[in-house]
Design a protein around this ligand. Structure first.
Ligand code: F6R
Length: 599
């Protein structure tokens, strides 16, 4: 949510900053801006809209300087326009800041600064930080920032520069920042993707830390001024993983990467009819498990509840991370709280884990991004190893999360000295192949998408393990095509949503050949009787299905527990093709951002 990059070195800053912003654009794209210091003067250039629009400004090529900061915005305070775009400066135009997060005591600070004569020009909460630092500035940017932040409540990932200091200062509380260490140059960014082209050596800032970067040096302190020695981590992702690789969109590439991402999560973890994970808690002490997540990750948690309760017979609660903290959850040292997050930076999920720790619960993370904030908060976890997910709509991370939850359940079963069903392990091993078969039918799915692309509403129905699949299918469609779609448990339809069904309402049924099959067929009959337009995701065609459904998508039959994974793939493709036919900006859907780092 909002992308930040800063540079200090010997090279021209503008091209580095713009390239960095392009990499970070998936974090927000309402407006963008850069600030570069030239001959002790700050040059700020901002533009409403995407980075491509900023890039076209001729004045951009006229600023030469080798210290700079830049930002791509996802609006929280104030509409997306040029004045509200970052960087923001103080009134003397000596200090410029870019900010990710929310300043909670913004009104109080604004009033205080205005009473002292400061002229605040934008509607953002961020601008006040520039004025506050200016108020405390007396020749040392780092010191002034520490003093100013003492008065700030809320979340920030903040990068600051001063026209007369050849350095960048970065401070973090709640919103991620990572330092990139180069040769004779230093970088700071809101995530590693912007740094990968320049360096693999990074330092993750923790909350309440401040870094000061000069071309050849860095120092990291706590916000109250104590020096800290931090580890340098190595980025494992490669630059070509960040390219579209011939696909029209990152989302499509990531859908097609799923056989590989599933192989990656299984590698080394399923061996000799057993499951090996390195988790740092004594399972025998655990009496209840709580899965916390947001959005698509929350859908994987719903599937995980089925897995754990069926295989391990421990009660599992699934919570929206954003709700969890505020209901004073019943937790103690016998509870295990599992945070599920692709980015590892979702503010609500991070806050949920902190709450769990406060209540002495054990914590683990199921996370894709190595070194992200959640991974540093939990005591151990399962990395997805899915590679970078750039498309805003999550696809490969979702299927890997479901596999991770199944691995966790099997591991807990092993800890309970229960046997692990060979059919599940074989199923896991053949999963990449199954997914490849579904991907082979992408052209047929595309044809169905073309026929239905102009519909205004969709209903997605599934039962049991595939109710979350229906929720996820509906979410994919609405977020990238802007078509209204709802997921429901199939049998619940007759308690209300059935009123919506007419001959203009496509209903997507997830209908695997399992214990729920017959019941779902009855639900299909109910839809058909009301002239609904049925799309059925099935395992094998039979006469009954052919009679009821206008469109049929066949997927291979797997072991029951794996069916949500296989069934999700056609729904991802279906949503993708509809959005593509409609000409939507698939990788950057309106109003969305890849990682939501504000609560
Ligand atoms: C939907 C989507 C979002 C995320 C949610 C949580 O396609 O991507 O709903 O799943 O914002 O993000 P993470 O998993 O990064 O915590």
């Amino acid at each position: 949510m909002c992308g930040i990059i800063g540079y200090v070195g010997e090279k021209e800053a503008v091209p580095i900053l713009i390239k960095g912003l392009e990499t970070l654009e998936y974090r927000g794209y309402d407006s963008a801006g850069v600030c570069v210091s030239v001959s002790e003067e700050l040059n700020v250039i901002k533009k409403k809209g995407k980075i491509a629009e900023l890039k076209q400004l001729p004045e951009l090529s006229q600023i030469n300087g080798n210290v700079g900061i830049a930002h791509t915005r996802w609006a929280t305070h104030g509409e997306p326009n040029e004045i509200n775009a970052h960087p923001h400066t103080d009134s003397k135009k000596e200090i410029a800041i870019v900010h990710n997060g929310i300043i909670e005591n913004y009104y109080t600070l604004k009033k205080l600064l205005e009473d002292e004569g400061y002229n605040i020009v934008s509607e953002t909460d961020s601008e006040i930080i520039a004025h506050l630092i200016s108020k405390f500035y007396s020749g040392n940017l780092e010191e002034a920032t520490m003093k100013a932040l003492h008065f700030v409540e809320g979340a920030f990932g903040l990068v600051i520069m001063h026209s007369r200091e050849r350095k960048i200062v970065a401070a973090r509380k709640g919103s991620p920042l990572v330092i990139g260490i180069g040769n004779g140059e230093m970088f700071v960014a809101s995530d590693i993707t912007a740094l990968m082209e320049h360096t693999k050596r990074v330092i993750y800032l923790n909350d309440d830390e401040i870094a000061t970067l000069t071309p050849n040096n860095y120092s990291i302190k706590t916000l109250d001024g104590k020096e800290i020695d931090k580890n340098i981590d190595e980025i494992k992702w490669t630059v070509d993983q960040m390219e579209k690789g011939g696909f029209k969109h990152f989302m499509l590439k990531e859908i097609f990467e799923q056989p590989e991402s599933i192989r990656n999560i299984l590698r080394g973890r399923v061996k000799d009819n057993s499951v090996n994970l390195t988790l740092d808690f004594d399972f025998k002490e655990i009496e209840k498990i709580v899965l916390v997540a947001c959005g698509t990750s929350w859908h994987s948690a719903l599937i995980g509840k089925h897995f754990i309760e069926k295989l391990v017979r421990i009660p599992v609660e699934v919570d929206y991370a954003s709700e969890f903290r505020y209901r004073d959850p019943l937790l103690d040292e016998k509870s295990l709280v599992v945070a599920i997050s692709q980015s590892g930076e979702t503010a609500d999920t991070l806050a949920a884990i902190k709450e769990a720790k406060k209540k002495k619960a054990k914590t683990i993370g199921i996370v894709n991004v190595v070194g992200s904030s959640i991974t540093r908060e939990v005591s151990s976890g399962i990395y997805l190893h899915a590679g970078p997910e750039i498309g805003v709509a999550s696809t490969k991370a979702f299927t890997s999360q479901v596999v991770a939850l199944l691995l966790l359940s099997l591991y807990l079963r092993k800890e309970k000295n229960l046997s692990i069903d060979k059919e599940i392990l074989d199923g896991l091993e053949s999963l990449p192949e199954m997914i490849e078969k579904v991907l082979d039918s992408s052209e047929e799915i595309k044809k169905i998408a073309e026929k239905l692309k102009d519909k205004k509403n969709f209903l997605y129905l599934g039962r049991g393990l595939n109710f979350p699949t229906a929720l996820e299918g509906a979410l994919k469609l609405k977020e990238i095509s802007y078509i209204h779609a709802e997921g429901y448990p199939a049998a619940e339809m007759k308690h209300g949503p059935i009123a919506l069904i007419d001959d203009d309402m496509p209903v997507v049924f997830v209908c695997p050949k399992d214990d729920t099959y017959k019941k779902i067929m009855s639900n299909m009959e109910e839809v058909k009787a009301r002239k609904g337009n049925i799309v059925a995701v099935i395992n094998e065609k039979d006469d009954k299905i052919s009679e009821l459904a206008e469109h049929v998508i066949e997927v291979p039959k797997t072991s029951e527990l794996l069916s949500p994974i296989v069934n999700s793939i056609p729904l991802q493709l279906f949503a993708y093709y509809i959005a593509d036919f409609k000409g939507c900006d698939i990788d950057k859907p309106r109003n969305l951002a890849k990682s939501v780092t504000v609560e």
